[in-house]
Structure formats: structure tokens, C-alpha cells
Design a protein around this ligand. Sequence first.
Ligand SMILES: [Zn+2]
Length: 304
Amino acid sequence: MTDSKLISATVLSPNFTADRKLNGVQYEVDTITPHCTAGSKDSTCVQVANVFSSKARQASCNYAIGGDGAICLVVHEKDRSWCSGGLTADQMKKLRGNYETGSMNDYHAITVEIASDTSGNTVNAAAIESFIALSIDIMERYGKNRAVFIYTSDNNGEAMVNYKPQPNEMKFTWHRWFAQKACPGKYIMDHMQYIIDKINEHFEKAEQVNEDQTAVTSDTTDAAENSGTSELKYKTGDLVYFIGGSQFGSANASNPAGEVKASLAKITQTYNGKHPYHCRRVNSQGEFIVGGIYGWTDEANLTT
Ligand SMILES: [Zn+2]
């Protein structure tokens, strides 16, 4: 795969594994992992990238984003960066059981270092917006149209680390799940839902444009779709009570992405699939909050 056209600088690091190859096996990109630099949120992307120029550092990332949102290429996308490591396979096994390591994450991931302060790992809004744009660009080039990030109460990322994305999905992971680190830090963590929503809004808008174009040319298909949709008990925007249970990464996923506790929820999307309702946890005012359902689920898990 070629690199992003959104870059304005290139400072290549000598620290990478060629062609994402481990023991002769080449890994496909299906993950994006944001990191924080814990230095200064106003660093330029080249300043962030320069840190990885030394071989002794034994670390790198695919892209570095500066405080002004500019992006620097550090490791070509075709290669594995050395970014999300921390604990060995044995250490991870002791800590979390059967669990992937950060280096395995990087065989699958495009890693992005984002300029952040040490205190609270605060990041400039321009850098967050740039990370969203870069993620969309990456997903479009790899043929993905849905960002998947599932919040669970376990807080160790198990639902995401073990999640096997569908061909159209890009999953997002955090460094802290593979190492004793705060990365990506409080600020990015607090903005993660905003990031995922903005990415998915982009792709949903693109899908809507396609559907509208289809509707103009095909009234019969449109009518059939409408009658299909009307069979669903709930519609987008409905407030429901999620009784607790499995959530899925897509409407037709075979295996659950995790078990989620009960809460109020809002239907954010419907689809005539195995798990027809995309729901998100809300408070009693109907405002989205984190830490509950955020994915597709079955009608049997919903009540009013
Ligand atoms: Zn990190």
C-alpha cells in the first residue's frame, strides 16, 4: 500500500519490520492505533518524527501528527512500526491470559503518534481533526467504511483486542492495553467516541449519497427496502432500554464483540440483518454517554 497523500513531511525511521512480515507471514492492515507523545502539544510533526530517527531508540510510528495538525511520514504503511510494544508475550499471558502483544498489534496497525502535553496528555483540536482525516484516508485506501471501537467495563481492551474485524471494518486499539502505560492518555481517551463518530459520520454520509442516487433511478427497489424497514419494531432515534447482553461489530457479524451491561440506549441506525439495531448508551436526558452499549444488537435485548 502507498502512503497517505495528506503528509507534508517525511522523516523516515530506521526502526521497522519490512513488509509487516513475521516468520514469512505477511499481515494485513485492519487496525489504527493512536498514541500520545507526552511531551508538548505544540511540537511540530517533524519534531515528533525526529525522536524516532535514532536507531538506539528502538521505536517508531507510521505517522506523526504535530500540534498544528500537519502530518509526517515516519514508517511506510507497508512496513510494521515499533510503536505499541511494552510487555512480552509471556508477560501479557500472565497479566491477561490469552492476549495479543503490542508488537502483534503493530503488524496489523497503522500507528500514529500525536503531539501531546505531559499533563493530562492534552492534544490540540487541530491534531485531533487531523487524526480523523488521516483515519478516513487510510480506511478509504484499504476499502473500509466502518470504524469499530467498543467500550467495555473491563477497561483492559479485551473486547477490542480479541475483535476480528469484518472486511469493511477498521478497528481502533490503545497502547495501554499492551503495556503499563497511560497512552493514548486521558485527552485522546475522552475524545475517542467523538473521533469514531466523526469517522463513521463521514462514511454514513457517503452511503446516504449512494442510496439517494439509487432511489432516484429505482422506485421499485426503494419500495421494497421501505417495506423491509417497516417490519422492524424500533426505528432510528427511538429511546429504548437495553437489558444487557451481546453487542456486535456489524449488523451481520457471526460472533459477539463483547457482553455489555444494561442501560438506557438510543437506536442510532437500523439494518435488516442478524442484529438489526445499532444502539448507544444514553443518560435519562437522551445524551450519549460512554461505558455501555455502543454497537449492533438483537431485538430480544431491547425493551421500552
Ligand atoms: Zn503509545
